[in-house]
Design a protein. Structure first.
Length: 74
């Protein structure tokens, strides 16, 4: 049964969008922060709004949220 599930998973992965690398996600976060002019944590919604359209399905949005929070805390 494990072999069947593994084989099905491999087939389905071909149809999923490729996941972005950590460096690509960090670059997208930095670009979104710069383009929105975000200055602090109160601007997190603006940045996430921009990134959601760009990264949905390509990156874990929970991880993206954490990176945005860290970038805006600086």
């Amino acid at each position: 049964m494990v072999a069947i599930e593994t084989a099905e998973m491999l087939i389905l992965q071909d149809y999923l969008p490729a996941q972005l690398s950590d460096a690509e996600v960090e670059a997208a976060v930095a670009a979104a922060v710069a383009s929105t002019g975000a200055a602090g944590p109160q601007d997190m919604g603006k940045v996430i709004g921009v990134l959601k359209g760009q990264l949905a399905g390509k990156a874990d949005m929970g991880k993206v949220s954490g990176l945005v929070k860290a970038a805006l805390a600086k």
